[in-house]
Write a protein that binds this ligand. Structure first.
Ligand code: GTP
Ligand code: IMP
Ligand code: MG
Length: 339
C-alpha cells in the first residue's frame, strides 16, 4: 500500500491538476482524496484532447476506478460541487464522489462577504469564492457542516474511516493538495496568503491520515513562478519581459492575469524543507525551453534543461522525478523508476 501527497511549491497554479491527472491515471490508486482550502482553487486537466477546469472535485477523476473523496478540512460550496458532478458526468463521478460529513459549507453570504470586503478582495486580492469568510466562521464555530445541509444529501461519507481502512487493506491512496506553499497562512507571505496552511502536513490532516502513514510527498514547481493577487514577489519580472519569454498566464477561476517571475530557488528550498518533499514534479518546462515541447524521453532534453534540473536537485537535495513538457497528461517524463 502507498499513501502519497502532492502539494504546490509556489503560489498555486504550478500545474498540480496536470501532475495529478498523470499520476492517478498511471498509478491507479483506489482512493483519490482532495485536500486544501476549497473552491478558491482552479485546477486544469487536459486528457485525451479534452480540457477541464475544476474547483472542487479531485483532479484525479480521469481514473474511473477510484473513489473521489473530499477531506473534512476542505470547504465545500455545494453549488460548485453539484455543478462539477454534472460537468464530469461522463466519468461516472456521481456514483463515486463524496465529501466528509464534517466539511464546512460555503454559503452565498460568504461569497458576498468576500467580494464586499476591501481587505480581502482589494488588499489581499482574494478569489472571491467565500473561502476566507467561511473558514473564519468555522473558527468561530458557527459554520454549517456538509452532513447538515440538504444539498449534500447522498454525497457525504466518513473520509478518514474509508482512507485508513483502505490503507489497512493494502490499497493505495493519493492525496491532492491545492494552492501552494507561498500562500500558506503559517509559512507564506502573510498577510497576502490564503485562509489556511497549505503544506503537506495539513493536507494529511485535511483527510484524516496520520503523518506515520505517508510514503511520498511530491512538491510541484513550475519552471518559472506565477502569483495571482497581491503580495511580495522576489523574482517578479515585468509583463513585457514575460511576453517576450512567452510565459504570460491567465487564471483558471478568475481569468485574472497572473504575475510572472523567474524560478525562485530560495522559496523552492524552504518549500521542500517544510513540506518534507521526497520528490519534485517540474512543470511547464516547454514554455521556458520551447525546444522540449511534448518530449517524453529524458535523453531528448537539451543540455540547458538538464542543467536547470540538476541545479534544482543540487540546491533542494530532492530528486526531480516528474518533468512536464506540455499541458496534456501524455506530455510527461517519468523518472520514478530510477530512484
Ligand atoms: P491551483 O489549484 O489553482 O493552484 O492550480 P493548478 O496547480 O492545478 O494549476 P492551474 O491548472 O491553475 O495552472 C497551470 C496551467 O499550466 C494550466 O493552464 C495547465 O494546463 C498548464 N500546464 C500544466 N503543466 C504544463 C506544462 O508542462 N506545459 C504547459 N505548456 N502547460 C502546462
Ligand atoms: P483566497 O484564498 O480566495 O482568500 O485568496 C487569498 C490569496 O490566495 C489571493 O492572492 C488569491 O489569488 C490566492 N489564491 C487562492 N487560491 C489560489 C489558487 O488556487 N491558485 C492561485 N492563487 C490562489
Ligand atoms: Mg489554479
Amino acid at each position: 500500500m502507498t499513501c502519497n501527497i502532492l502539494v504546490g511549491g509556489g503560489w498555486g497554479d504550478e500545474g498540480k491538476g496536470k501532475c495529478i491527472t498523470y499520476l492517478c491515471y498511471n498509478d491507479k490508486p483506489d482512493i483519490i482524496a482532495r485536500a486544501g482550502v476549497g473552491p478558491n482553487a482552479g485546477h486544469s486537466v487536459e486528457f485525451h484532447g479534452d480540457k477541464y477546469g475544476l474547483r472542487m472535485i479531485p483532479s484525479g477523476f480521469v481514473h474511473t476506478g477510484a473513489r473521489l473523496l473530499v477531506g473534512a478540512g476542505v470547504l465545500v460550496d455545494p453549488e460548485v460541487f453539484l455543478y462539477e458532478l454534472d460537468y464530469l458526468d461522463k466519468y461516472n463521478v456521481k456514483e463515486r464522489t463524496f465529501a466528509d460529513y464534517r466539511c464546512a459549507i460555503i454559503e452565498k453570504e460568504h461569497k458576498e462577504r468576500d467580494r464586499a470586503s476591501d481587505h480581502l478582495f482589494k488588499k489581499i486580492g482574494s478569489t472571491g469564492s467565500g473561502c476566507g469568510p467561511a473558514n473564519s466562521d468555522r473558527v468561530m464555530r458557527v459554520a454549517k457542516l456538509a452532513g447538515e445541509v440538504d444539498e449534500m444529501k447522498g454525497y457525504t461519507a466518513d473520509v478518514p474511516l474509508e482512507v485508513n481502512q483502505a490503507l489497512d487493506e493494502d490499497r493505495d491512496v493519493f492525496i491532492e493538495g491545492s494552492q501552494g506553499f507561498g500562500l500558506s497562512l503559517y509559512y507564506g507571505t502573510y498577510p497576502f496568503v490564503t485562509s489556511k496552511d497549505t503544506t503537506a502536513s495539513s493536507a494529511a490532516a485535511d483527510i484524516g491520515v496520520g503523518p506515520t502513514r505517508i510514503d511520498d510527498v511530491i512538491v510541484v514547481f513550475k519552471s518559472y513562478i506565477t502569483r495571482v493577487g497581491e503580495g511580495p514577489f522576489r523574482t517578479e519580472i515585468s509583463q513585457e519581459e514575460a511576453e517576450k519569454m512567452h510565459i504570460e498566464e491567465y487564471g483558471t477561476v478568475t481569468g485574472r492575469r497572473r504575475r510572472v517571475g523567474i524560478f525562485d530557488m530560495e522559496l523552492a528550498k524552504e518549500s521542500c524543507m517544510i513540506n518534507g518533499a521526497t520528490q519534485i514534479a517540474l512543470t511547464c518546462v516547454d514554455r521556458l525551453y520551447p525546444q522540449c515541447e511534448r518530449v517524453k524521453d529524458y535523453s531528448k532534453l537539451s543540455m540547458e534543461v538538464k542543467r536547470f534540473i540538476d541545479e534544482i536537485e543540487g540546491e533542494t537535495k530532492v530528486p526531480v522525478t516528474i518533468i512536464s513538457t506540455g499541458p496534456d497528461m501524455e506530455d510527461t517524463i517519468d523518472l520514478r523508476d530510477e530512484l
